[in-house]
Write a protein that binds this ligand. Sequence first.
Ligand SMILES: [Ca+2]
Ligand SMILES: [Ca+2]
Ligand SMILES: [Ca+2]
Length: 404
Amino acid sequence: MLLGFLAFSIQTYKVRAESATLFGTVLYDEKPISQFTSIAAVFWLQNETSGNTFFANPTYNTSTGEYSIPNMPPGEYGISVFFDSASPFNGKEGFAGDFDGWNVPIDIPEDQSTVNQNLTVAKTLHLTSPVDNSATIAPWSSPRTTYSMTEVTFMWDSLAEASSYHIRIDDYQEPSTDIGPVLTNVTSNVSFNATLPMSLDNHFYDFWLYAYNLNGVIVGKLMVPYGSGYGWDFQFRLSPQPVAESCNLTGDLKSNFDLGETVYLTGANFSASKTFNLFIVIDQATWTNGMTIPDSLPGTLTNVSTDSSGDIPPTAIWTDSQATGNYDIVVDVDGNGQYNVGIDALYVNATELTAGFSVVPEFLPSLILPLLITITLLAIGIKKMTERRKLKTEAHGGQINKDL
Ligand SMILES: [Ca+2]
Ligand SMILES: [Ca+2]
Ligand SMILES: [Ca+2]
């Protein structure tokens, strides 16, 4: 009974519904995309009225760029076309060198069995500065990529089909309020220096880049692959360099600690009211951008929090320092476990040993060091006295000789 009813419903639907075959050519730079890549197209359709995915069975000809999608009921559609034509060949959008386009609205009228509609794609531009979109850029959001400078250099690879590049930078308020453009530019160059004020608290910048051909058709655009998805913009913040340094309980800078003494940390220029991973590590001779931060010393604090001003108040990071040595400190601002120049706070070079701070046996500074200083001063004093005597003698001698 139920089966019979379902069969009847489907049949009724079939009779009443009309559908069309949508066909055309996928174009890039106003030419069939097949002239640029022989990679097969990946289609994804959405019913714009319902907002639901429309499951279609498209065909695509890799040598002509022609496509065909049968059985499309009347309605309004959005069609995404993607060509994974450049490395990495991971089937994911957002990476440099791939082609894609979002074509909307595609209208399938009633009582029409075929609809001819070309689809367009643009190439994802290869941004090389300040980040490289040929690989995943992490993370997606806060804390955003932050630069401690007021001039950011954007550079990208030239696109053969492009005649001009259109740049736009907007000021955004977290999480996603567009305050408006702060900078726009049209250039035929493949680099651009943006001079911008430091970001306000809770604000960030959004960088867009589009390439147009001579006829004003978009041939290239910026896409950025993040860890958890992709965007059509590069989001960043400009903020003074976060700083952190070892100190005493009251926040006075201190680099030499006695064995067993508590080491404190203080800092500034961080995001307000946030917690960051902290690393107290054995003194590294050099720190290079992107290197993995070495393991923290056992017994040291592993994260620090900022106050509402973005400062780290004096915080005990090592309450019973039971290992003599020289140590560096990193506050991993973007939480990626790597040391990143201009983003993370690094505390080194405070001591003559290129370390942030040192823990030394108590007798060394309190006894030997003053003793050494005393001996040195004594030695200098004796030497000076001897020299003065010598000079006196020579002067007298000279005088005597002249008188004679
Ligand atoms: Ca790719
Ligand atoms: Ca980092
Ligand atoms: Ca060091």
